[in-house]
Design a protein. Structure first.
Length: 277
């Protein structure tokens, strides 16, 4: 049995903690939302009053805070930074003893782990990384509505770190894997929405086309049914964030721009109910 702490107990943190608890581990939850903690407590789970208490409990601490996209379509890392500052402060009061592993699961753009997380902790933490504590990045691929179930049957497990290559990837590669996965799903949905619009124009049964294409095992069913924009907590924000990330580096995100443009068109069509009738 491993002592595990969860910092950020929303969809991802809750599913991660509950999953490890089901597997027999000793899990302690923390969140800035008292409502979330009260709910977890009523469900019979242990809760912490602050980050210091959570970090003191866990041999492994999972950071699962949200990374929304702001009005400027840039990723908002304020919750990550807040957790990072609190974790570093807590480590500075921690006695040298059991090594702590801090695992970030929040969706972050390439470079974030090394340039923000690792850089800050190396400069401000009194303990030695690699000896008293370590950090890795474990992006999650949980669906919002079935996160708990998905925890037990992952498609893949990605771990990015820079001490012992658990798998051959760096922080940035692990971050890019997460964004590439989500943005590809956005691209796939937009592609089939465009095919769906073409089918409507040509009086072709778009559902039959989607079904016929989805039977190809290389393509699969997900995202092939036209008529709905990509929605939810992840795909829109991550596609916008990666697009902005690319623009800031002087490149033109041609494919992502088309993906977002088609999605906006579908949103407008759905609103007018012209596309779904």
């Amino acid at each position: 049995m491993v002592k595990i702490s969860i910092i950020g107990s929303g969809v991802v943190g809750s599913a991660t903690g509950k999953g490890f608890s089901k597997l027999g581990h000793d899990v302690l939850f923390y969140d800035i939302s008292k409502t979330r903690l009260d709910t977890l407590k009523k469900e019979g789970y242990q809760i912490a009053n602050n980050v210091k208490e959570a970090l003191g409990h866990g041999q492994i601490t999972f950071v699962c805070v949200n990374t929304p996209t702001g009005d400027d379509d840039e990723q908002d890392l304020s919750q990550v930074k807040s957790a990072l500052f609190s974790i570093t402060d807590a480590l500075n009061y921690k006695e040298n003893g059991r090594e702590t592993l801090i695992v970030f699961r929040s969706t972050m753009l390439p470079g974030t782990m090394k340039e923000i997380v690792v850089d800050y902790m190396d400069k401000h933490c009194k303990l030695q990384r690699g000896k008293n504590y370590n950090i890795c990045y474990n992006p999650e691929f949980l669906r919002q509505d079935t996160a708990y179930e998905d925890f037990f049957v992952p498609d893949r497990v990605i771990i990015g770190e820079e001490f012992e290559k658990i798998i051959v990837t760096s922080f940035a590669a692990a971050e890019m894997i997460k964004y590439t996965s989500n943005c590809f799903l956005s691209l796939k949905i937009s592609f089939f929405n465009e095919i769906g619009m073409l089918c409507k124009e040509l009086a072709i049964d778009d559902k039959a086309v989607s079904l016929g294409v989805s039977l190809d095992k290389r393509i699969g069913k997900y995202g092939t049914m036209a008529g709905k924009p990509f929605e939810g907590a992840c795909l829109p924000k991550d596609t916008k964030a990666l697009s902005t990330f690319i623009k800031k580096r002087g490149w033109t995100p041609d494919l992502l721009k088309v993906t977002l443009d088609i999605n906006k068109k579908i949103e407008e069509l759905v609103t007018k109910t012209a596309f779904t009738k």
